[in-house]
Design a protein around this ligand. Sequence first.
Ligand code: SAM
Length: 289
Amino acid sequence: MTISQRRRTGPAGTGTSTDDPAAAEAVFLDATVRLLEPLGVRPGETVVEVGPGAGSATVALAHAVGELGCVYAVDVDATMLDVTVATARAAGVADRIRLVLHDLEEGVPPLPGPVDAVWSSWCVHHARDWDAAARALVGMLRPGGRICLAEGGLPSRCLPWDVGIGRPGLEVRLDEAHDRHFTQWFFGRPGATRPNRGWNEILHSAGLTDITAFSVLVDIPAPLSERARDVVLAELAARVRRAQPFLAEDDAATWSHLLDPDDAAWLGHRGDLALLTARTGFSGRKPDA
Ligand SMILES: C[S@@+](CC[C@H](N)C(=O)[O-])C[C@H]1O[C@@H](n2cnc3c(N)ncnc32)[C@H](O)[C@@H]1O
């Protein structure tokens, strides 16, 4: 099933943010399905997903292409491809999936031919050169083929403004520290290129036309189910871990209380956690030949 012979571990910083990407994707699945809609995938089509993570969108795409269609799942991380095919197997659609171990930063993946549509979510911003990565996405398409790229949106709001310990406004300061972490990680890599503009313009430069941007709301109000709560806690822990060098000392101490299940202030004890965020998609078309 794997059409690439190479196996390799994804570079640090490119994977999903938590140890249980399938659980996280399940919480975001409704939003993902809505972001996929503009792609208009039809039965019998061949589509590519770049950066499938645990494969929840891969399964949605496999249902859309039907028995006669095909989904190429392209990822730099062999482990993610293993998880993707396991997810597809569990959903009974593994026969429609082809795995491609490939780094988008190396250009267009080795596919048998041009495809009808390309989907990628929360993946391309990991590339050092977003323009080159966008050209690689467009390079897979047949004339008239479609792309939907889910990138950007809003940071999540999960906590009340005042959690009762530390300074109020903790989550806003975490966003700021995390952004500083991302900036340092992004530009710390040789060859990292400043994008200078938004995804719609990047996709336009890569050769797409009819580009539209749209956002979907993820609105899971308090009190959260245990499943959603665990995902929120895991995502917060991952963000705090990455942002740690940029957090003020008192905020770091507050987070260590809030994220410790043995601490009286553990966030898991609260009934006022929520998940409110927005995700943005950019869709467009390769001009007809
Ligand atoms: C944060 S996960 C996103 C998973 C899923 N698409 C979602 O929206 O939740 C990023 C995915 O992109 C993959 N990825 C990151 N950089 C890549 C690259 N340069 N080429 C191919 N895949 C890459 C990762 O291995 C991972 O599967």
